[in-house]
Design a protein around this ligand. Structure first.
Ligand SMILES: NC(=O)c1ccc[n+]([C@@H]2O[C@H](COP(=O)([O-])OP(=O)(O)OC[C@H]3O[C@@H](n4cnc5c(N)ncnc54)[C@H](OP(=O)(O)O)[C@@H]3O)[C@@H](O)[C@H]2O)c1
Length: 211
């Protein structure tokens, strides 16, 4: 059964979204990015390298030569059963993509708009580069500032795109959003594990005192 608001499982602690947005949360136009920001590209590589990335077929096609990202496990969503480019694992549904990810494997949802829309509810964290400008766009990320289920966990701000690094002069910040109010499965596992450890320690102490 496809996910919807009532059947969607809880966010997974090992699943994060990463995206670059403009002030209106625009992320793309005509199959391409809307802001050139090389510092953000390096940040993207730092976050995702060595891990798994999940993307839609159109985002893969937007990469140079339609090639997968180096040094990462690339999972690509498509409904086209004949799509099988080299270096890519294909998933025919969100459920199929999730089934490819092992417990504890760090995985990043890297776009585009259609995939973010479906997979954001499964993410425990979203790393958002906010480029402070507005560009014509036809693809958008959900506005997390207007969504009470997300809260800002940290802001690394005060950056400006330098000359030769893309759209020079545009200021930007890296904002980490976390789930507000709703704990991820990973958090609950950790909390339960800690509670059980504490309980065991208390029982041990009591047993030591009594026996
Ligand atoms: N700013 C950023 O950080 C950022 C990041 C990534 C992308 N982008 C931009 O976003 C735009 C692309 O986004 P988009 O929404 O057009 O496309 P997309 O999400 O990249 O890809 C959509 C495609 O993914 C496949 N798909 C989606 N959901 C699926 C499902 N549940 N099961 C199976 N296959 C599924 C389908 O492929 P088939 O048609 O093959 O079936 C669909 O056409 C581009 O402009 C890109 O540059 C921006």
């Amino acid at each position: 059964m496809p996910f919807n608001e009532t059947t969607a499982p809880a966010p997974r602690a090992n699943l994060s979204a990463i995206v670059a947005v403009c002030d209106d949360w625009g992320i793309g136009r005509a199959g391409d990015m809307v802001v050139a920001n090389r510092a953000d590209m390096r940040h993207f590589v730092r976050c995702t390298k060595g891990h798994t990335v999940i993307m839609g077929r159109k985002t893969l096609m937007s990469f140079p030569g339609g090639r997968p990202l180096r040094d990462r496990r690339n999972i690509v969503l498509t409904r086209d059963a004949s799509f099988s480019p080299e270096g890519v694992e294909v998933a025919a549904s969100v459920e199929a993509a999730l089934a490819l990810i092992a417990d504890g494997e760090e995985a990043w949802v890297v776009g585009g708009a259609e995939v973010y829309r479906q997979m954001l509810p499964l993410c425990a964290r979203a790393i958002v580069t906010k480029n402070h400008c507005v560009r014509p766009a036809d693809a958008y990320f959900p506005n997390l500032d207007e969504d009470p289920s997300w809260r800002v966990a940290s802001v690394d701000g005060g950056h400006v795109i330098a000359e030769g690094e893309g759209d020079a002069g545009v200021s930007f910040e890296f904002v980490t959003y976390e789930r507000a109010g709703r704990r991820s499965e990973g958090f609950l596992d950790t909390a339960l594990g800690a509670a059980l450890d504490l309980g065991a320690a208390v029982i041990e102490r009591v047993a030591d005192a009594v026996l």
